[in-house]
Design a protein around this ligand. Sequence first.
Ligand SMILES: Cc1cc2nc3c(=O)[nH]c(=O)nc-3n(C[C@H](O)[C@H](O)[C@H](O)COP(=O)(O)O)c2cc1C
Length: 314
Amino acid sequence: MTVLSLAPMAGITDQVFRRLCFEQGCDWATTEMVSAQGFLTAPSDRNAYRFLLARFPEEGRLSVQLFGSEPAYFARAAERLAGLGLFSSIDINMGCPAQKVVGGQSGSALMKDPALACRIVESTVKASSLPVTVKMRLGWDEEHKNAVDFARGLEQAGAAGLTVHGRTRMQQYSGKADWQAIGEVKRAVSIPVIANGDIVDGKTALEALRVTGCDGLAIGRGALGNPWIFAEIRAAIEKKPYTPPPFSQVIDTAMRQAREMAEWKGERSALLEMRKHFAWYTAGRRNSAQVRTKVNLANSFEEVEELLRSLLPE
Ligand SMILES: Cc1cc2nc3c(=O)[nH]c(=O)nc-3n(C[C@H](O)[C@H](O)[C@H](O)COP(=O)(O)O)c2cc1C
């Protein structure tokens, strides 16, 4: 069966959002990225890690994602995380393009040092009882697209699966994801490969599966304000009809996400964190730009809900 996964997104794929995606047929999700070294050295009551590692029991298969550059930190962090009993696999971030991450030789910078990347996978596999997967890109830049050899090395090092974002580090999020190149990685290894990049609806999902021949799809930005994308893609795969939810249901879902986040982090934090989600849920609606400005000034969820409902047709 084709696996549909929610791609990790820092600041977004927390337990509240993930649960909404699981309810719509997502098979597998990943936490936001967690620094291996930071996790090991932070005091155990540090809020940041409590939030990053929190999961609802009714979520489905969940991977915890680590970033870093030091094999020994990965090994120790993986061992401790596996011991928590919360996660079904450990994912290693070899795709993040952010300067503050690659500056520390982490994320996509590891694609420039395949030997280190393999040592990280080996140490993590050795230390953890859980399967270890890697999220990678096509390479560092146009001149250094080493995804095929890189993936073969990771497989040999013990990786149990790969998610490949079809861009180089230098492309960041620009241009179009190269699904052909993801297909080359898929054909080069025998572990499962998940295709990622620019899958935004049923049509692009079917096309990505056809071009890459991959075992599954990872959806990132296409799920923002649209957890129903998993139901839409599953329907497309099964050749069944799909009807998007009415906007009243979209508002109900946005408000449910807000209230669940408030129960967890308090209303003030939730109001701030939900601003971007409210913008995604209402994107493309008439008058949504004006309403968004007002939502960003609102002091309570009651105010927000009234503003969102003003976008409904009379
Ligand atoms: C806001 C944001 C945060 C992200 N954070 C992470 C992360 O923590 N770990 C990771 O491996 N990828 C991260 N990504 C990359 C996505 O997982 C995904 O590879 C990328 O967005 C391409 O897929 P898409 O076109 O479906 O969005 C992030 C992407 C975005 C837009």
